[in-house]
Ligand binder design. Structure first.
Ligand code: F0G
Length: 434
C-alpha cells in the first residue's frame, strides 16, 4: 500500500478558522477558508483540499444523515433537506450472477433530490452563507443542477445553472426549473459549461458549486463513512472494494479523502482501505485512459458520447485528486459499453433498485472486471448507484418492457394474459438475447 497519509501536519496554520483551512494539493500553500471565494490555489492554480486540525474516529459520529459526520466537516450543521442515510441494499441474485462473496448497492438515488449531489450541496451552500455570497452557479450534466436549485432555494439564494443544450435528462431539467433556478442552456458540452461557470466565478459574478469547490467534496465524503459503518455493522469487516461511476472524478476524490482521514484518525488500517474502482462509459473515458497509460492527469476528450448523460464528461477536473486515490488504494478504472450499462440497469431494477444509466455503470464495470479476473470471487464489493431511475424517464422506458394495450374487459384481459404468458416470456427472453 502506498502513501495514504495527508501531506501536511494536522496543526492549524495561522490562516485557519475554527481548525479549518484550505491547502493546495500541489504546492502545499495554505489559505484562509472563508475570507472570500477561492476554488483553486491562488499561487499555482492547482486543486485545493479542506484540512482540519483533527481527524475523525467512528466514535466521534452521532445523529443521522450527512451531519452525523460533523466531526469530519467544516460546520456542525448546514442547509439540510435532510440528506444521507441511504440504503445499502443486498441484491442476492445479482451477487450470485456476478460471482462475488458480497455485493451491496449503496443507493444514493434515495437522497432528497435523487442523487448523491445533495450531500455536497448541504455543506457547499452552508459555506456560501458563511461567505455571504448572493448568487450560486454550477455547470451540470443534470444532477448537480437539480441539487443546487433545491438547496439554493432552501437558502433563499439566487441560482444559475448552465446545462449542455439537449443533453440533460428530462427529470433533472424539470427539478432545476421547479426549484427556481435560472437555466442557461449552453451550445456546448458539459466541459464547455464548466469553462463558462469558472469564468463567471473568476469575475466575481457567482459562487461556483461544482466539485471543483473543495467544500462540496467534504459533504460527499460522508458516502464513504456510511458505507464503512453500514458494511461493518452487517459483516463485522470493511468491504474490499468500492466501485463507482466517474465523471468529473469528484466523488472518487471525496471517497479517497474519507479513507485517508480515517487512516489518520486511526480507525482504518491502511491495509483495510477499500480499493477505489472507477467506471466510465466507453465514449467518455479519459480517467480510464489515464490509469491505463499511467498519466499524472487526464487528456481532455473533446468529443464525448454515451447514453449515461450524467457522466458524459471529457475533462475530469478532479483527476489530480482521484488518480492517486485509485492507484494508492490498489483499485483500477474500467470502461463499459452503453449496452452493458443498460443491462446492469435492468439487473438492478429486477431486484427492485431503480437507478439512472450512469449509476448502473458501477455494476456494469464490476461485471466486466469479474469477467477479466481483476476482481476475484472472494471479494466483498459495494457498488455505488448515484442517481434515481426517475431522473431519466426516457432511458428507463427504453430499457424496460413495452406497455400492452388491452380492451376494457376483464375476460379479454385474462385471455390476453393467458396468451401472453407464453409469448411474453419468449419475447422477454429474446429481447434479453438481443
Ligand atoms: N453519477 C451521476 C448520476 C452523476 O450525476 C455524476 C456527475 C456522476 C455519477 C459522476 O460523479 O463527477 O463526481 O465523478 N454528475 C455531475 C452533474 C457532473 O453535473 O450532475 P463525479
Amino acid at each position: 500500500m502506498a502513501d495514504l497519509e495527508l501531506p501536511t501536519a494536522n496543526s492549524a496554520p495561522e490562516c485557519a478558522e475554527d481548525g479549518v483551512w484550505l491547502a493546495c494539493i500541489e504546492c502545499g500553500a495554505v489559505h484562509a477558508p472563508y475570507e472570500g471565494p477561492v476554488y483553486t490555489c491562488p499561487d499555482c492554480d492547482s486543486l485545493l483540499e479542506v484540512r482540519y486540525d483533527s481527524y475523525p474516529t467512528f466514535d466521534d459520529f452521532s445523529g443521522r444523515g450527512v451531519w452525523r459526520y460533523a466531526a469530519a466537516l467544516p460546520f456542525d450543521e448546514g442547509v439540510s433537506l435532510p440528506e444521507g442515510d441511504t440504503p445499502l441494499h443486498r441484491v442476492p441474485r445479482l451477487e450470485a450472477d456476478v460471482g462475488v462473496r458480497n455485493l451491496r448497492i449503496k443507493h444514493e438515488g434515495m437522497n432528497p433530490t435523487g442523487s448523491f449531489k445533495d450531500r455536497g450541496m448541504t455543506v457547499g451552500v452552508r459555506v456560501a452563507q458563511e461567505l455571504g455570497v448572493d448568487r450560486l452557479a454550477c455547470a451540470s450534466t443534470g444532477n448537480t443542477s437539480a441539487a443546487l436549485a433545491a438547496y439554493g432555494g432552501r437558502a433563499d439564494l439566487e441560482t444559475l445553472v448552465l446545462l449542455p443544450a439537449g443533453k440533460v435528462a428530462a427529470g433533472k431539467v424539470a427539478q432545476a426549473a421547479l426549484h427556481g433556478a435560472r437555466i442557461l442552456e449552453v451550445d456546448g458540452n458539459f466541459d464547455a459549461c464548466l469553462d463558462r461557470v469558472q469564468d463567471l466565478a473568476d469575475r466575481g459574478e457567482a459562487y461556483l458549486l461544482n466539485s471543483l469547490n473543495p467544500f462540496r467534496l467534504e459533504g460527499q465524503k460522508t458516502i464513504g463513512f456510511e458505507i464503512l459503518e453500514g458494511f461493518y455493522a452487517d459483516e463485522g469487516r470493511f468491504p474490499d472494494r468500492v466501485v463507482l461511476p466517474v465523471g468529473n472524478a469528484g466523488n472518487t476524490a471525496a471517497l479517497y479523502k474519507c479513507f485517508r482521514e480515517l487512516v489518520r484518525g486511526g480507525d482504518l488500517a491502511p491495509g483495510d482501505v477499500p480499493k477505489l474502482t472507477g467506471v466510465q462509459a466507453e465514449g467518455a473515458a479519459p480517467m480510464v485512459e489515464a490509469i491505463e497509460e499511467d498519466l499524472d492527469d487526464t487528456r481532455r476528450w473533446e468529443e464525448v458520447e454515451t447514453r449515461a448523460t450524467a457522466i458524459r464528461i471529457g475533462n475530469p477536473v478532479n483527476a489530480p485528486k482521484a488518480l492517486p486515490g485509485i492507484r494508492e488504494t490498489g483499485g483500477t478504472a474500467v470502461a463499459v459499453s452503453d449496452e452493458a450499462i443498460t443491462r446492469a440497469q435492468r439487473d438492478l431494477a429486477e431486484e427492485g433498485v431503480g437507478v439512472e444509466p450512469a449509476s448502473a455503470a458501477s455494476v456494469a464495470g464490476l461485471r466486466e472486471l469479474r469477467d477479466r479476473g481483476v476482481v476475484d470471487d472472494g471479494e466483498d464489493v459495494v457498488c455505488l448507484t448515484t442517481g434515481h431511475l426517475l431522473k431519466d424517464p426516457e432511458a428507463a422506458a427504453e430499457a424496460g418492457s413495452e406497455p400492452e394495450p388491452v380492451p376494457n374487459d376483464t375476460d379479454a384481459i385474462l385471455a390476453h394474459l393467458a396468451g401472453k404468458s407464453v409469448g411474453g416470456g419468449l419475447l422477454g427472453r429474446l429481447r434479453r438475447l438481443l
